[in-house]
Design a binder for this molecule. Structure first.
Ligand code: A2P
Length: 257
């Protein structure tokens, strides 16, 4: 049995010269948990597909699947992927996986999702997942980018939650969104690590600092961002979990180049 299905692109939206999202049809047999990633790609010139891991940005119940991607000029996949149009075909793996899932966390009161750049993608899925709000009283999603325009996708997703068919009743009351910029003027400036270390993040939210008793954390961004944010989370006393052994925080990298 083939490891992939071929799906048709149904929507492409470009946000900046570095970021875009696209949606595709979904194979009826494709099942995933919100927060997981899957291999996707395009046929290569030599007949071998060029594949990369992408977090699914749409929730598990959606009839289509959505991805949020970077554009890298000389990236083997994204240099071509950024040119896709509605009706084009994309290869999608049949076996999604990943650790940024609710099952990998022990119960808590407050869920933090820290993201930078395209690292927001798995959280775009999780903030539209009803189980997120059943498991946590308070859900905090942060998105930090270099430039203001790069925050458009996360802003749009969070704005849409009030009209969402499944979480529209709960998300507006339970979810807080914090966006920050590092290379342009913005109401909140600075890396997420700086905001955690200085305490500014908790001040803005009006909550106490990270606490292993009450707080659970998911981290997604570049390798460096993950390493640095993970170090601060561990300093606060939280231990890392996995599918096999749920605990207080989980990390994943945004793999795509
Ligand atoms: P900065 O502008 O200070 O590099 P990128 O697009 O390079 O992945 O960056 C996305 C965001 O992540 C930027 O705001 C960037 O800040 C920030 N960032 C980069 N490295 C780290 C890190 N080690 N820890 C926290 N944030 C980081």
């Amino acid at each position: 049995m083939a490891a992939f299905t071929t799906e048709k692109v149904t929507l492409v939206q470009h946000y900046t010269d570095r970021l875009f999202r696209f949606r595709t049809t979904r194979d009826p047999a494709f099942r995933f948990r919100s927060g997981e990633f899957v291999m996707i790609g395009l046929p290569g010139d030599n007949g071998k597909p060029i594949l990369r891991a992408y977090s699914v940005a749409s929730p598990a119940w959606d009839e289509e699947i959505e991805f949020f991607s970077i554009k890298v000029e000389d990236g083997p996949l994204t240099s071509r992927l950024q040119k896709i149009e509605v009706g084009d075909e994309i290869i999608v793996g049949k076996k999604p996986t990943g650790t940024l899932v609710l099952d990998a966390l022990t119960p808590g009161k407050r869920l933090y999702m820290f993201s930078t750049g395209t690292g927001f993608a798995p959280f775009a899925s999780l903030v539209r997942e009803p189980e997120t709000y059943e498991k946590f009283e308070e859900v905090i999603v942060t998105h930090t980018c270099r430039l203001v325009d790069e925050l458009a996708y996360s802003g749009e997703i969070v704005d849409s939650l009030k009209d969402d068919p499944l979480v529209g009743d709960v998300a507006p009351a339970q979810l807080k969104y914090v966006s920050s910029c590092t290379r342009e003027k913005h109401p909140l400036e600075g890396r997420i690590t700086t905001l955690i270390e200085s305490g500014k993040l908790f001040e803005v939210l009006g909550v106490p600092p990270l606490n292993p008793e009450t707080d659970r954390v998911m981290i997604c961004g570049s390798m460096e961002m993950i390493a640095d944010t993970k170090a601060l989370t561990e300093q606060a006393g939280l231990t890392e979990g996995s599918n096999a052994q749920p605990a207080q925080f989980v990390v994943e990298k945004a793999f795509v180049g």
